[in-house]
Design a protein around this ligand. Structure first.
Ligand SMILES: Nc1ncnc2c1ncn2[C@@H]1O[C@H](COP(=O)(O)OP(=O)(O)OP(=O)(O)O)[C@@H](O)[C@H]1O
Ligand SMILES: [Mg+2]
Length: 281
């Protein structure tokens, strides 16, 4: 079983599995966001005929509009967990509910952003973003307007006709974020979206992500290996342990956004998470 550690300053119930989080998340609840519940989720793969348990005992409740970050060692199952929530991977035990309904496959309601931008090199920015509409019938004028709005949101106005090779890594990632947002998903799943950019761009994009999150009110679940990033952005930080991946603990970060990166509480929580993960390598 996972261990549940209750922080001295966390006001919520230590029984986080069905948690009505009191701290860190009562800031605002969006009209346009979904809640997410994971109950006893477990996943195993088969490699060379052998069963490999990857995730076990995953219980998590995410409230609408919350920003949840997930940290854990390489291979502990973070990407697998996001794939399960996205509906791309359907073979698992337990329950995953979005707004009370079982996830049975991918949906436009759940956007997924990967570490690499996955833009098509032969399409310009505008057309890459337009691809997200592929499975939706939409008036061309509305389509252009929505694309423009979202390129503005991510700061790419003026780069509509640029091809991916003409963008910086950070700009390409922002185009990918715009593409994930045009269908107004209620949950955005981000798998190390800033892993490939340099340190300064990363700080900048963290602020941008926070701004977009505030503006859109979307529920965000973001995997990162950067503990500072997890604590800067997350209302809650889920710390996973490895083999199989389990929840070691969930931390409520009871600080308003935007946060001071030098905040003492953040420094203290970072130490604790590092200690949690120290035994993983
Ligand atoms: N399609 C697959 N078939 C078999 N095993 C898989 C498959 N996908 C992932 N795994 C295994 O599941 C485990 C977790 O992989 P996952 O990609 O979820 O880890 P991760 O936490 O995202 O790691 P990283 O931080 O390196 O991205 C690994 O042991 C991996 O070998
Ligand atoms: Mg991964």
């Amino acid at each position: 079983m996972h261990s549940v550690v209750k922080l001295a300053d966390a006001k919520r119930s230590p029984k986080w599995t069905d948690s009505q989080t009191e701290s860190g998340s009562d800031r605002r609840f969006s009209q346009h966001a979904s809640d997410l519940v994971l109950r006893q989720v477990a996943k195993a793969y088969r490699i060379d005929g052998k069963r490999l348990p990857v995730l076990e005992d995953i219980n998590l409740t995410v409230e609408p509009g919350q920003f949840v970050t997930i940290v854990g060692a390489s291979g502990c199952g973070k990407s697998t967990l996001l794939r399960l929530i996205s509906g791309l991977e359907r073979d698992f035990d337990g329950e995953i509910l979005v707004s009370g309904r079982n996830v049975t496959g991918p949906s436009l309601n759940r956007g997924l952003i990967f570490q690499d931008h996955r833009l098509f090199p032969w399409l310009n920015v505008e057309d890459n973003v337009a691809l997200a509409f592929e499975s939706r019938r939409i008036d061309p004028a509305d389509k252009r307007r929505i694309i423009q709005e979202h390129l503005k949101l991510v700061g790419l106005t003026g780069f509509e006709k640029a091809f991916p090779y003409q963008l910086s890594g950070g700009m390409a990632q922002r185009a990918a974020i715009a593409r994930a947002l045009v269908n107004e998903p209620e949950i955005l799943l981000l798998d190390e979206p800033l892993g490939a950019v340099d340190a300064l761009t990363r700080l900048y994009l963290q602020n941008e992500l926070q701004r977009i999150w505030t503006q859109k009110g979307v529920t965000m679940i973001m995997v990162t290996h950067d503990i500072d990033e997890a604590l800067f952005l997350g209302d809650r930080v889920v710390v996973l342990q490895s083999r199989p991946g389990r929840v070691r603990r969930i931390i409520d970060v009871d600080l308003p956004h935007p946060r001071d990166r030098e905040d003492r509480q953040i420094a203290r929580l970072k130490k604790e998470i590092l200690a949690d993960l120290a035994g993983e390598h």
